[in-house]
Structure formats: structure tokens, C-alpha cells
Design a binder for this molecule. Structure first.
Ligand SMILES: [Fe+2]
Ligand SMILES: [Fe+2]
Length: 259
């Protein structure tokens, strides 16, 4: 089974890169499954129903979220009817939606889990214990289990990767919008990458217009952050795994420009 993981899709430029590049890979049969983080797909702030449908039409199989999950109001009713959009599983109990989805594909059954970190982030429940609780259901989930860990701190991400090594097929990070170069197969055959990077305009400060962000740092004054436009890329990773054993075989970083 070959899975394309796509780093945070930012605004219209990110969506265009997704449609063009991930869409081509999916249509061409280069990948069996596309899992994309869409927490910034709606103008940088969350995900709306219309935009989720655009991404599904382009080839996304599962969309994950993060700390921007609730930025668009219509995501709440949408989560009640669309199982393919995941919010982090370790948000406090009572939040709408779910953080885990098992689906049957021509390449086999696969389970996608979305988790969020706690270091330099909101008051979320423990992602380590949340993963333990979810994995206790494993028989129904099949062997191919992949995790999008949406977190800020590299230490927390690496620790969760090591914690889940041998228990899931892949742990890939999202949220920082900066791709890391540490892709590896951990000792017990779990594919790992600290951050997939960003699908959006690279000529920016993590997707926003650089001049505006610099001004914000200089003055501390609130300002409207505009999505940047230039040097648009898709970033992520492709993971090959054996769906019968759940073992990862290979992880390769992806960085492709739309130009
Ligand atoms: Fe985030
Ligand atoms: Fe993000």
C-alpha cells in the first residue's frame, strides 16, 4: 500500500497545488491513498464543507485537522455527516467529530488517526494515552495504521514516533509548515517524519505575507494576515507499507513546485 501524506494545505494557493499535484498522483495510480492536513485550507483558517468537498473531488481520501479545527463554523455540522474529516482524537471529550477512521481500499484496510500535541499548544488530552486507548481497538482497525501528529515541538513528535514504533505503520507530523529532513524507518518498522511541511506559498512566513508578519513582530500590533501567493509547492511524504503486517517499507519526502 502506498500512501501520500500531504502537509498543511494553506489557502487557495495550497488547494491549487493539492488539486494539481496530489490529484495527478492519485489519478495516475501512483498512490493508493491520500491523507492531507487541511486545517488551513480555508484562507489559512480551518476547513469548510465546500473546501473539503473540493479536496475530496481532487483525490483526498482522508482530511485531518489540528489547532485550527473550529475556525470555520460549518465544520461542526459537517463533522457529524462526513466521517472522512478527522479532528484530533485527543481533544477533550464532548468535542464534535472523531479522530479515527478505518476504511477499506483496493490495497487493503487502513486506519488513519489524527492526534494533537500539548507542548506549546492548547490544553489537549495526553496524545500518548489517547493513542494507547485507540490502539486497544486494533482488531477492527487492521494492521495498516497511520498517524498524523499535529504538534509544535520536535521532541514531543519524536517521542510519540518512538512510543508508537512497531504498533503503527507510520507517524508523520504536521503543524509547523516547515518540512524536516529526518524521514526514517524506526527500529520496529514504523515510518517516521517529524513534519511533512506545507502545501502552499513558500515565499512567505509559513504561508502568510512576509511583510505583514514582520510588521507584527516589530510592533506587536494586530494585523490581518494575508495568504502569500508565490513559489507554491506541495510538500509531504510517500510511505510504502505492507497492509497485511502493517510494517513500513519505505518513506520518501515529497516537495514539488506547481510552476
Ligand atoms: Fe496547526
Ligand atoms: Fe497549519
Amino acid at each position: 500500500m502506498r500512501i501520500l501524506f500531504v502537509g498543511d494545505i494553506v489557502g487557495g494557493p495550497g488547494r491549487r497545488a493539492f488539486v494539481r499535484i496530489a490529484g495527478r498522483m492519485k489519478r495516475g495510480g501512483e498512490v493508493d491513498l491520500v491523507v492531507a492536513n487541511a486545517e488551513n485550507a480555508a484562507g489559512g483558517k480551518g476547513l469548510s464543507r465546500a473546501i473539503a468537498e473540493e479536496l475530496f473531488d481532487a483525490g483526498a481520501d482522508v482530511l485531518t485537522l489540528g489547532d485550527h479545527a473550529w475556525d470555520q463554523k460549518d465544520i461542526i455540522p459537517y463533522l457529524a455527516v462526513e466521517r472522512r474529516v478527522l479532528r484530533p482524537a485527543n481533544l477533550p471529550p464532548g468535542c464534535p467529530g472523531a479522530g479515527l477512521l478505518s476504511l477499506d481500499t483496493p490495497a487493503g484496510r487502513v486506519t488513519v488517526i489524527n492526534l494533537i500535541g500539548r507542548v506549546f499548544m492548547g490544553p489537549n488530552d495526553c496524545p500518548f494515552r489517547a493513542a494507547d486507548a485507540l490502539l486497544a481497538k486494533e482488531p477492527a482497525m487492521g494492521k495498516a495504521i497511520v498517524v498524523d501528529f499535529h504538534a509544535e515541538a520536535t521532541s514531543e513528535k519524536i517521542a510519540l514516533g518512538r512510543y508508537l514504533d512497531g504498533r503503527v505503520s507510520a507517524v508523520v507530523g504536521t503543524h509547523t509548515h516547515v518540512q524536516t529532513a529526518d524521514e526514517t524507518i524506526l527500529p520496529k518498522q514504523t515510518a517516521y517524519l517529524t513534519d511533512l511541511g506545507m502545501t502552499g506559498p513558500k515565499d512567505s512566513v509559513i504561508g502568510r505575507d512576509a511583510a505583514t508578519i514582520i510588521q507584527r513582530f516589530l510592533t506587536g500590533m494586530p494585523s490581518k494576515f494575508e495568504i502569500a501567493e508565490k513559489d507554491v509547492r506541495l510538500e509531504g511524504a510517500i510511505v510504502d507499507l505492507d497492509a497485511k503486517t502493517g510494517r513500513a517499507q519505505r518513506i520518501v519526502r515529497v516537495r514539488e513546485s506547481v510552476e
